[in-house]
Design a protein around this ligand. Structure first.
Ligand code: GAL
Length: 460
């Protein structure tokens, strides 16, 4: 989907804070005080973004941070953008090229605008986004809801409208990642994190209304603070649910565990962001990288490649372009992701950062998705009864598609066993209705709880 083809807003967004006029002669009755309170409350923004119709599905693309940190330049950005095309990543769905922190000069100019660092980006941001768009890709930029970014470049606090306009109108970006460092004093903000993000959401929405362009996609990056999964969807299209992912298994397992508690919150137009991918970085093994990719994709996180794609191994590209896994992430019919149905080596509903939930399932347009994660340091056999998942029907047998082996794996009747799952490895399955289960199975109910014949005989 290119910038040009992004869907225009289908219905006008509801009034935002700045639109809510307060009648001049309103008498201070109980009702009017209530109306006034509503008008001044950030809750007025509820639904503002959802009706604006951008980023229905998790954003896929590339981001500079994990691979380059502050060592970025226009050459690096354009190199990776070109490789996205030549390596088939764009074809697989990765269509955003996003610049992270450190692109700016340390000071705003005398007009008060952020300026791009002229050594790193000598051609200027507009030329860069023109080049990215010419490849059929979209472009993303970065700022912060405080005085400075996390690397102490200018933040957007109190400059939200000016910066939104610069990013979208003058520089031509389509997407904004918005960080949470360098927070102003309480006696200046009189707000919480949500309030500071509402300021930018408002600015983006106002700008979109005045230009008629689709709004900048807003990616909230405040590391899961203040239970963002409860309110992130009011303001943006994705929200980080945890701190930074680093390229080690312990960190992957930690974020899977964190996200398991809010995995229900991802749906169309609003996604838990588990952080940018570390596949291709650090010491993640092949099996760990597959688990990382599967968990992020099936929990409907944005998928932003965070490695130098020029030096990426074939295995890295193979993992990133697993179309059967991507198809679940980008399912246009079912927006929700997988959630745990059993916790595995811990009792149910108990997990820890080393041993997150192991047994997950969810819906998709083509069948029921299962994800099994072996959190142990040794191979494991993993077994489950199909009806442990709510998305399975009793009395039906299921064909099994292995989304990593890319093979059909027979028919599952009532249960499934995965043998020898490697340490920290994953099994991803798509189960499809294969008709009634064979006659005469015993017991006559797969779930042997209150299984009773029509004449009242308790079977088990
Ligand atoms: C962090 C953020 C990272 C990266 C970094 C840049 O707060 O979580 O993803 O953007 O700031 O300084």
């Amino acid at each position: 989907m290119t910038a040009k083809h992004r869907r225009a807003p289908s219905t006008p967004p509801p009034p935002l804070l700045s639109d809510v006029g307060i009648p001049k002669r309103m008498k201070p009755t109980v009702t009017s005080v209530f109306v006034l309170a509503l008008a001044l409350s950030p809750a007025v923004l509820i639904g503002a973004h959802a009706s604006e119709g951008v980023a229905k599905l998790p954003v896929m693309g590339f981001n500079t941070w994990n691979a380059y940190h502050c060592n970025i330049s226009e050459d690096i950005v354009i190199k990776n953008a070109n490789l996205m095309i030549s390596l088939g990543l764009a074809d697989a769905g990765y269509n955003y090229v996003n610049i992270d922190d450190c692109y700016a000069a340390k000071q705003r100019n005398s007009d008060g605008d952020i300026v791009a660092n002229q050594t790193k980006f000598p051609s200027g941001m507009k030329t860069l986004t023109d080049n990215i768009h010419a490849l059929g890709l979209n472009a993303g930029i970065y700022s912060d809801a405080g005085w400075f970014t996390c690397q102490l470049y200018p933040g957007s606090y109190q400059n939200e409208a000016r910066d939104a306009k610069l990013f979208q109108d003058e520089w031509g970006f389509d997407y904004l990642k918005y960080d949470n460092c360098a927070v102003p004093f309480d006696n200046i903000t009189r707000e919480n994190i949500m309030g500071r993000y509402a300021r930018m959401a408002n600015a983006i929405s106002d700008l979109s209304k005045s230009t008629g362009k689709p709004p900048l996609i807003l990616s909230l990056c405040e590391w899961g603070r203040e239970q963002v999964w409860l309110w992130g969807k009011r303001y943006g299209q994705s929200w980080r649910t945890a701190g930074d992912l680093v390229p080690f298994w312990k960190s992957v397992a930690f974020i899977i565990n964190q996200n398991s508690f809010y995995s229900w919150a991802s749906d169309f137009y609003g996604h838990n962001d588990m952080d940018m991918l570390q596949i291709g970085n650090g010491n993640l093994t092949y099996e760990e990288s597959k688990t990382h990719f599967t968990a992020w994709a099936l929990m409907k996180s944005p998928l932003l490649i965070g490695t130098d794609v020029e030096t990426a191994s074939n295995q890295t590209i193979e993992i990133l372009t697993n179309r059967e896994i991507i198809a679940i992430n980008q399912d246009p019919v079912v927006g929700t992701g997988v959630t745990p149905f059993r916790w595995g080596i811990n009792p149910d509903y108990i997990s820890n950062n080393t041993h997150p939930a192991q047994y997950w399932s969810g819906e998709s347009q083509n069948g029921t998705v299962f994800m099994l994660i072996n959190t142990l340091d040794e191979p494991a056999t993993m077994f489950f009864n199909l009806t442990e998942s709510p998305w399975i029907r009793a009395g039906i047998q299921y064909s099994v598609r292995d989304l990593w082996a890319h093979s059909n794996n027979g028919t599952a009747v009532r249960n499934f066993t995965a043998y020898n799952v490697p340490p920290h490895g994953v099994v991803a399955l798509l189960l499809q209705d294969a008709g009634d289960e064979p006659e005469g199975l015993w017991p006559p109910c797969a779930v042997t709880w209150w299984c009773v014949s029509q004449s009242g005989i308790i079977i088990v």
